[in-house]
Design a protein. Structure first.
Length: 522
């Protein structure tokens, strides 16, 4: 029976795997709706549009993802739609599921992914592509779009890594680029109308209707030609009525979309143990090497009132004691000082902390630091790589990166002196930007001739070493007033289809940690 729970098949496997709680569902603020919540038409037509949303990574990485959480809540607010979640399973569970013929299931209703109308995946990076293929195979959905039938769901992708869908075009049915709130509702309307009419023309007609809107890229309706060196030469519609260009979806007024209103509270430990509010989208800097800053334009800020209301509602719905103010660089919000002061005043004495998961050092100041730590809780700060690059001559400003690193380093020292923050530094790949001659020049300038030509370490390493020494020897510095916390051991996730985290691990007090260059704090 379509839509039936398969938990009875899954339950005997749970005692044989690590972290079984990540497969059982039932999180605070999760939703399980009736399979036929949209009802039936006069001729028995199915009027419910069913989405299975996936962040293609492990549960602990995917469950705090804002994008999936927002779409999950937006879709479930509709009476004629339902949405459930699924995540990449670990190798031990995958092996048992294949052995016992248990397909990929949702974590909410434990329904087979193949029973849904749409299998939607949100890609933050291309690292999730292989996990998508594993999930498709485990779900019993043909890997290639050309092999799918009317009994298979529409495989639809979104997120930052969907802006160039051509590498996975053979495996997906459609791609949506840009903001998803309005896009998924428009797609739900099209799918619902098609089903109410009795599904004329099968999945081909449905995909054609989606492509004709100009907001959904359907690879089957485009011809792509390549140059001899492998670059794309031309993308052209294969049929009349299909637009030449697919438009990016942009939500202009964030205050009209105050989601998530009731954030999910994971049952198991996750990479982000906090309630997060997106304070603006886009970026004011325009760094040429930054994909996120380019594709999320224009800058759209959430108002102070809107931020305050979301924080209040989210804390009441979740019970979290930390609020993360999310954006590509949170300190670039035009009213960040008023936002942090207002929240610090409201929650003073409540042990509620504020954090900036992503910011730049040149936008950071000591007054902002004081507001973040006023309630006695350590705040978390993540500085973007361009804020700490070794470039005393300012040569990297050709990529719109701002001021040289010395001022930023000075601010870091002032910020870390009290030992009140957990600092995460995302290292930059110097070879990704600048001309080869410039890179060779920078390398030459940073060689220590007194040490036999050995290249110097990152300019923050000396500061890191001193802070670690202070934490290890209380008598050696001001950090002695704060006890040292043990650094947790995090398992390696290196595997073809295994979940891979793009975030840095938590660090000890006043200790810097470096996460991969491709990571994004939000």
């Amino acid at each position: 029976m379509s839509g039936q729970s398969r938990f009875a098949d899954l339950e005997p496997l749970l005692e044989r795997v690590s972290k079984p709680i990540q497969y059982v569902g039932g999180e605070l603020n999760s939703t399980v709706k009736d399979w036929d919540c949209g009802g039936r038409g006069p001729g028995g037509e199915d009027l419910t549009t069913r989405w299975c949303l996936m962040y293609p990574d492990a549960y602990e990485v995917g469950v705090p993802n804002q994008g999936v959480m927002i779409l999950y809540e937006v879709l479930n607010e509709r009476d004629d739609a339902l949405a459930e979640r699924t995540y990449a399973v670990w190798p031990d569970m995958e092996a048992l599921m294949r052995e016992h013929e248990v397909p990929q299931l949702s974590v909410d209703g434990h329904r087979a992914v193949r029973d849904f109308d749409v299998f939607g995946l949100s890609f933050s990076t291309e690292l999730g592509y292989t996990n998508m293929l594993t999930a498709l195979d485990l779900a019993g959905i043909p890997l290639h779009a050309a092999d799918r039938t009317d009994d298979d769901p529409i495989v639809l992708i979104g997120g930052h890594a969907s802006f160039n869908p051509e590498p996975v075009a053979d495996f997906i049915d459609a791609a949506i680029v840009g903001d998803g709130e309005e896009a998924v509702l428009a797609a739900t309307d099209i799918i619902g109308a098609w089903k109410a009419q009795g599904s004329p023309g099968g999945r081909t007609e449905l995909l054609r209707r989606l492509a004709e809107t100009g907001g959904v890229y359907v690879p089957a309706f485009y011809d792509v030609s390549y140059l001899p060196d492998g670059r794309i030469q031309r993308v052209a519609p294969a049929e009349s009525g299909i637009p030449w260009r697919v438009a990016k979806h942009t939500v202009m007024d964030l205050d009209e979309w105050p989601y998530p209103k009731k954030p999910l509270v994971p049952l198991a430990e996750s990479v982000h143990e906090r309630m997060s509010v997106e304070i603006f989208r886009g970026c004011t800097r325009g760094c040429r090497f930054c994909q996120a800053g380019m594709i999320t334009r224009p800058v759209r800020e959430r108002s102070i009132t809107g931020i305050g209301e979301m924080v209040e509602a989210g804390l009441q719905a979740t019970g979290f004691e930390e609020v993360g103010l999310l954006s590509l660089s949170s300190a670039d919000h035009s009213e960040i000082a008023e936002v942090t002061k207002g929240l610090a005043d409201r929650y003073e004495g409540t042990n509620t902390g504020l954090s900036l998961p992503s910011t730049r050092v040149d936008a950071f100041n000591i007054d902002l630091a004081n507001e973040l730590t006023r309630n006695g809780r350590r705040s978390g700060l993540t500085f973007a790589p361009e804020g700490v690059r070794a470039d005393p001559q300012g040569h990297q400003q050709d990529g719109h990166r701002g001021r040289p690193h010395q001022d930023r380093l000075r601010r870091l020292r002032r910020r870390l002196a009290p030992g009140e923050a957990v600092l995460h530094v995302r290292p930059a790949d110097g070879d990704r930007r600048g001309r080869p001659a410039d890179r060779r020049g920078r390398q030459a300038r940073h060689r220590d001739r007194s040490s036999g030509g050995r290249a110097q370490r990152h300019p923050l390493h000396r500061l890191h070493r001193r802070l670690r020494a202070q934490a290890a020897h209380p008598s050696s510095g001001p950090a002695s007033s704060r006890p040292r916390r043990p650094t947790p051991a995090w398992p390696s996730c290196a595997r073809r289809s295994a979940p891979t985290s793009a975030t840095g691990a938590p660090s000890a007090s006043a200790t810097t940690t470096a996460s991969p260059a491709s990571s994004r704090a939000c």
